[in-house]
Design a protein around this ligand. Structure first.
Ligand SMILES: Nc1ncnc2c1ncn2[C@@H]1O[C@H](COP(=O)(O)OP(=O)(O)OP(=O)(O)O)[C@@H](O)[C@H]1O
Ligand SMILES: [Mg+2]
Length: 403
């Protein structure tokens, strides 16, 4: 539908890389006299290809760019199209929630669903949350019953019941996607959204809601509505399998006109701890290092320097967490505990907190938050991978303030 089509066109323009041949540099070593070593020749246009090829900041737009999420997409299509359920998609920051719902939107669109996407713009009320969808609903402009209902909502604020009544007039299957739902922290608004879902299901409306947000579990996203559960599909967006991350890296490198040495790719896969965002970020930085020394092959040494630049950029914007981590990292025993916490937070090791995790949590306590239902998370869910780099590769482990 419209919103997806225009986003698709925009990303297609951004992603399509310009073609370029590989430039071979012949190294001439004059003798005598000895000259300064030849400066590395970097290919400036390949820098752009690298940025586009790895696209660390952009959600995946088409199904071919999505690695390791076949099962999640499949569950969403089945749940929405066949079972007419609402969906809650949740996972850590950068885990690929937006990418997943966009590709889901692509599939749903193909089977005749209208998919409307909005990203929540801050802590707003129920009316403001849903108003942007109203003018794009299918049937506006021609279906009189729907037009009358919508006209009644136009000027006043409305609640779940009024909205459900209007949406009940929509004749074509429609999915409303609310991304960044975690920005709504007013429990009253969360409750109203839950009430809307329940009303829509009870009245067999053709409109379903997909909410997307950062959370450790679904209860943190939508507060207790037990009766809603049977109308709802819950899709956790967890870590991506190592093999899928590796092929993601190879695809990104291929688009950039580069290749990975096997150990270099393996080091990135390991340090990304299942996160496609970190894999792309470490990948782009390493590729830029290799390119800067005039090579189209990314070696282990490039990855080590790539880690440093990715880390430096993170530390610049995450000064507090950097300070907390730098104070915590140190003795081998402490580091082992901290690494277990990194694994626990990223790969969801699943085991209950034990003494070792407890000790690590105390060490980095100010960087953690406890969610509504007791789960402990890194306040910035992109941070644990950087703690991993500090411990495993000694990146940025400078002590602050002499402590
Ligand atoms: N399955 C995937 N395969 C390949 N790349 C992915 C996948 N999922 C996400 N990515 C990449 O990871 C990065 C983060 O993805 P995305 O924006 O979808 O995550 P998010 O969970 O919505 O993040 P946020 O919590 O910040 O909204 C993007 O660069 C995206 O291209
Ligand atoms: Mg997102």
């Amino acid at each position: 539908m419209g919103v997806f089509a225009s986003l698709k066109a925009m990303f297609a323009r951004l992603i399509d890389p310009p073609g370029s041949g590989t430039l071979r540099i012949e190294r001439v070593v004059p003798y005598p006299p000895a000259a300064a070593p030849a400066a590395p020749v970097e290919q400036p246009d390949r820098r752009l290809r690298i940025h586009r090829g790895f696209a660390a900041a952009l959600p995946v737009e088409d199904r071919f760019g999505l690695s390791g999420r076949t099962e999640e997409v499949d569950r969403m299509v089945r749940g929405v199209v066949w079972e007419r359920k609402h969906v809650v998609v949740f996972g850590a920051r950068g885990s690929g929630k937006t990418s997943l719902v966009r590709v889901f939107g692509d599939f749903a669109d193909e089977v005749g669903q209208v998919v409307l996407y909005e990203s929540t713009s801050g802590n707003i009320g129920f009316t403001d949350l849903f108003r942007p969808f109203l003018e794009s609903l299918p049937g506006t402009g021609r279906d009189t019953a729907l037009m009358q209902r919508l006209a009644a909502l136009e000027t006043a604020s409305f609640g779940p019941r009024e909205l459900a009544t209007a949406l009940g007039e929509v004749r074509q299957s429609t999915v409303l996607v609310l991304d960044e739902f975690d920005r709504i922290d007013d429990p009253a608004v969360q409750s109203e959204v839950a009430a809307l879902m329940k009303l829509l299901s009870d009245m067999h409306a053709r409109v379903q809601v997909v909410i997307v947000g950062i959370a450790a579990n679904v209860d943190d996203l939508i507060s207790g509505h037990p009766s809603l559960r049977r109308h709802m599909l819950v899709v956790p967006v967890g870590p991506i399998a190592a093999d899928d991350l590796r092929s993601l890296l190879e695809t990104c490198a291929g688009k950039s006109g580069m290749t990975f040495a096997p150990d270099a790719a393996a080091a990135i896969v390991h340090s990304a701890y299942g996160s496609p965002y970190h894999a792309r970020l470490f990948g782009v930085e390493s590729a830029l290092v290799a390119n800067a020394r005039g090579s189209d092959r990314i070696e282990m040494a490039d990855v080590m320097r790539g880690f440093q630049s990715a880390f430096a950029a993170w530390a610049d914007i995450s000064g507090n967490d950097h300070r907390i981590f730098a104070r915590a990292v140190g003795e081998p025993g402490v580091n082992d505990d901290l690494l277990r916490l990194v694994e626990h937070a990223t790969l969801g090791a699943g085991e209950a907190a034990d003494a070792s995790l407890g000790r690590a949590m105390v060490q980095v306590d100010p960087a953690l938050v406890t969610m509504a239902h007791g789960a402990v998370m890194f306040r910035d869910s992109l941070a644990p991978q950087f703690l991993g780099l500090m411990i495993e590769h000694g990146v940025g482990a400078r002590r602050f303030g002499g402590q």
